[in-house]
Design a protein around this ligand. Structure first.
Ligand SMILES: C[S@@+](CC[C@H](N)C(=O)[O-])C[C@H]1O[C@@H](n2cnc3c(N)ncnc32)[C@H](O)[C@@H]1O
Length: 467
């Protein structure tokens, strides 16, 4: 849901005696699982403000929503143990309330689970669900509340077992098994529901990692240096990150929230002072501003994006970070340049729209939004962006393709098709990518499965051979 649509939505009144945190969690969860909300953390922030949640309630709401989204298949599997009804015959409202009970039973230490059952029943009544549904929630909810431990299907069917155990769509597990093999996949999926690392990129045009860490420490915010990217700091906890975002150093533009694997993309492009660089999918500007910083503010970065609303967000970030080396260009102007085969840029970045499955730790809902039928359409967009970009790269220049997806359909297959159809480009392994490991057969790099605790990025550097 867009913020504008959300504004129009009113929230039904809080059921008497029900915890505001659980009511908010139910509201957010229902809209995320119905596909009305695309960004769960953003929806949690929004509803926490609308419902006036205290900090403690916001944390409980967030924990319930994220735990349900991260463990959806595991929790559904538990619900199926206690009901003979087919999953498809359980209404979304009933299912969501049961999922919330099961999550609080198994993933929370200090929540009294019978309060979770009580609130689920009160919410069901407030929603005016039929009496039979309210009784069903009460009965199944009580059984879930007293379940000793989680159960899973046997590992003899590995894809099914891993899918239920780590709550990932089975098709996704099958692709991971086919791409990385059993052992690396098992290692990767076992960390996929962990809390994400809270990393930021320090704006090195304004301060240094050490100075920023010292400023934060003086305000009780704890961070340490990244072991992967020298300009990254890793906050000790999500609470430290929240405090950093409320700190004056954020308004002053001293940092940008960005996963360490994502930060490696701009290093792969290796921007140099004096170069003219294009970021073709630039909004909201994380990599464009990083490119400016890596060139010490001495390259000219043209930033564009097809989505003008997102370009407005990029402009906001340029103002906050005080980045003057980035010039925003209308997408149509860049298309016109491409029609003329302008070949005018030293380097072009295509940080392509993708399934974003490499960010499931940060956006647990992504796994429920993506399905195999949408992949060919995404790959077609990725191929067309690459061929547009290729017309703009000067002889000898670089074309960097990146996605936050681990799927070969969005990476290797797109790049191989591009290389076959665009004469004059070769894969050129980048030098400075400490995080990334090359795939076995070629020079395409990825952060998964080698660093399963980071976002899953894939990067290829292509070079147009000089005439
Ligand atoms: C992964 S995001 C880019 C993130 C950005 N590079 C950053 O670091 O902040 C992909 C971007 O591609 C844009 N996009 C989607 N479809 C596009 C298209 N057909 N042509 C150009 N941009 C597109 C989206 O609007 C989105 O901003």
């Amino acid at each position: 849901m867009t913020p504008a649509k959300r504004k129009k939505q009113t929230c039904p009144p809080l059921p008497a005696g029900c915890s505001p945190a659980r009511w908010a969690a139910y509201t957010v969860l229902s809209s995320v699982l119905a596909g009305e909300e695309l960004d769960a953390p953003e929806a949690i922030r929004h509803w926490s403000v609308v419902l006036g949640l205290s900090d403690a309630d916001r944390r409980l709401c967030s924990a319930i929503v994220l735990n349900v989204l991260r463990n959806l298949l595991t929790l559904d599997y538990q619900i199926r143990q206690f009901t003979r009804a087919k999953a498809s015959s359980i209404s979304p409202s009933v299912r969501n309330l049961l999922l919330m009970i099961a999550a609080q039973r198994h993933f929370f230490d200090r929540v009294p689970v019978y309060a979770a059952v009580y609130d689920a029943v009160e919410i069901a009544k407030a929603l005016r669900l039929p009496a039979v549904a309210v009784r069903f929630i009460n009965a199944v909810g009580r059984r879930l509340a007293s379940q000793e431990k989680l159960i899973y299907p046997p590992a003899s069917n590995l894809a099914y077992h891993l899918s239920i155990r780590w709550s990932l769509p089975r098709w996704f597990v099958q692709i991971l098994l086919g791409t990385y093999g059993e052992s690396a996949t098992a290692q990767l999926v076992a960390t996929i529901n962990d809390e994400p690392r809270a990393a930021v990129r320090v704006n090195t045009l304004r301060t240094t990692p050490q100075q920023l860490a010292e400023q934060w420490a003086a305000s009780g915010i704890h961070a340490h240096a990244s072991e992967y990217v020298h300009e990254a700091l890793v906050l000790d906890s999500a609470r430290d990150l929240a405090e950093a975002l409320a700190h004056g150093t954020f308004r002053e533009g001293f940092f940008y929230v960005q996963d360490e694997a994502s930060q490696v993309v701009s290093h792969a492009l290796d921007p140099r002072p004096g170069e003219l660089i294009l970021d073709l999918c630039a909004a909201p500007g994380g990599k464009a501003t990083h490119l400016a910083e890596l060139s010490r503010g001495l390259a000219t970065i043209h930033a564009t994006d097809r989505d003008s609303n997102r370009l407005a967000k990029l402009e906001e970030n340029l103002v906050r970070l005080q980045t003057s080396a980035v010039e925003v260009k209308p997408f149509e102007d860049i298309e016109r340049l491409a029609q003329r085969k302008a070949q005018c840029y030293d380097a072009v970045l295509v940080d392509a729209p993708c399934s974003a499955l490499g960010t499931v730790r940060r956006h647990p809902e992504v796994r429920w939004r993506v399905s195999p039928p949408i992949l060919p359409g995404l790959a077609a967009t990725q191929r067309s962006l690459l061929s547009l970009a290729a017309r703009l790269v000067r002889p000898g220049g670089r074309l960097v393709y990146a996605t936050c997806s681990p799927l070969p359909q969005e990476n290797h297959e797109v790049i191989e098709t591009f290389l076959k159809s665009s004469k004059g480009f070769i894969l050129d392994p980048p030098r400075q990518l400490s995080i990334l490991a090359p795939s076995q057969e070629n020079a395409i790099f990825s952060s998964w499965p080698h660093h399963p605790h980071l976002d899953g990025f894939c990067i290829a550097v292509l070079r147009r051979q000089a005439d």
